[in-house]
Design a protein around this ligand. Structure first.
Ligand SMILES: Cc1ncc(COP(=O)(O)O)c(C=O)c1O
Length: 388
């Protein structure tokens, strides 16, 4: 049975950075948006909002805050109040402002590498220091599984370290951290008085029967030191509609965030509120179709790489996100791997070096594409490797 996600949509010249950065001969599998149409109920809600025709100021959305509080309760057993929610135009700005809010000038912000590049720049943008701890990687055949090096994690913390930016599920390594991993990280943060900035933007994108656990839901003690960042943008493919949200149950954390953002961070727009409300109230059926499709894309890539790529290539089997992480170091490529694949295979991928030192020699591949497009890109990569 063909799937709605099999349809290849021409995104050239639609303002898409993914498709327009490179030439038309390139298949792009890089930046984290999907080549899929958003859910119909969300599109209908946007049409209705446009048809109303008046776009006056909107500061906040109490009904949406209620929906989010309910969602946290039903999905995670996490009880929050609508007033704990702060609406945001996006999450990268919130990462930057969180560094300003929760660390002082020159103080350190910890993160686990390899990691989504804006994590690495956020402390620097705010005049704070980047503190990194590499994730551990275990190899099982050609499959890489990342874990936390708790000794290195705690050893990286100095008296000047003030905050930890957690990525859960983790971009780019695709881990959905378990309760015990989260508890151990939280215990270390509590012991060293670190604020946890928990980026959970990929929380709905679960490919296996794993459970997403918001770190703040572990206990009131952990909630008291945590600001959680979420958005409908990855799940429902609406990043340019500009809506995310933070949840901070500790009023002091909310006040410190509001103090640094006031007048600097714009309110989300009407289309963002409209899309988010529809996404969280009317689009579960679409998401229930998306996840198996992404999972099958993941398995297709795993099989293809195992059968057709040189045996030195290693890759993750992501439990969450639609991002895959390929280790090409064993190929001794003549150029940075993303450059090699762009020039030789005409496939656009993210270069691992942008994700920190621990990412050098890797590429990140986006599974959020029609399967035929993914296979075409893999065949191009196979031919490029065969010609080495
Ligand atoms: C972990 C993570 N946080 C944040 C973002 C971007 O969020 P936004 O578009 O809301 O700035 C991404 C996008 O790929 C991401 O992977």
């Amino acid at each position: 049975m063909p799937s709605r996600f099999d349809t290849r949509i021409n995104r050239h010249h639609t303002g898409s950075i993914k498709w327009d950065l490179f030439g038309e001969d390139v298949l792009p599998l890089w930046v984290a948006d999907m080549d899929f149409e958003s859910p119909e109920p969300l599109l209908r809600a946007l049409h209705r909002r446009v048809d109303h025709g008046v776009f006056g100021y909107q500061f906040g959305a109490p009904a949406l805050a209620e929906v989010l509080a309910q969602r946290m309760e039903t999905r995670y057993g996490w009880t929050i109040q609508p007033q704990d929610v702060i609406f945001l135009p996006n999450l990268v700005s919130a990462l930057n402002f969180s560094c300003l809010a929760y660390a002082g000038p020159g103080e350190g912000v910890l993160m686990q590498t390899p990691v989504y590049p804006p994590f690495l720049s956020a402390p620097l943008n705010a005049g704070r220091q980047v503190v990194t701890s590499d994730l551990l990687v275990r190899e099982q055949g050609n499959v890489l599984r990342y874990e936390i090096d708790f000794v290195a994690f705690e050893a990286a913390i100095t008296p000047q370290t003030r905050a930890f930016i957690l990525c859960n599920p983790h971009n780019p390594v695709g881990r959905v951290w378990t309760r015990s991993e989260l508890q151990r990280m939280a215990d270390i943060c509590l012991r060293h008085n670190l604020t946890i900035i928990s980026d959970e933007i990929h929380c709905d994108l679960l490919l296996d029967s794993v459970q997403h656990i918001p770190i703040a839901s572990l206990s009131p003690e952990v909630a008291a030191i945590t600001i959680t960042l979420m958005a409908p943008s990855k799940t429902f493919n609406v990043p340019t509609l500009g809506l995310g949200f933070a949840i901070a149950q500790n009023k002091d954390l909310r006040d410190r965030f509001e103090k640094v953002t006031n007048g600097f961070l714009p309110h989300p727009g009407a289309m963002g509120f409209t899309a988010a409300t529809a996404a969280y109230t009317e689009c579960q059926a679409w998401l229930d179709e998306l996840l198996p499709y992404l999972k099958e894309n993941r398995d297709t890539v795993m099989d293809f790489v195992t059968e057709n790529f040189p045996s030195q290539v290693r890759l993750t089997c992501p439990e969450g996100t639609y991002l895959m992480w390929l280790d090409l170091r064993g190929l001794n490529l003549p150029q940075a791997p993303s450059k090699f694949l762009l020039e030789t295979a005409k496939v656009g991928l993210n270069d691992g070096a942008d994700f920190g030192e621990a990412g050098k020699g890797f590429v990140r591949l986006n599974l959020g594409a029609p399967r035929s497009q993914l296979i075409e890109a893999l065949e191009r990569m196979q031919a490029a490797f065969a010609a080495l």
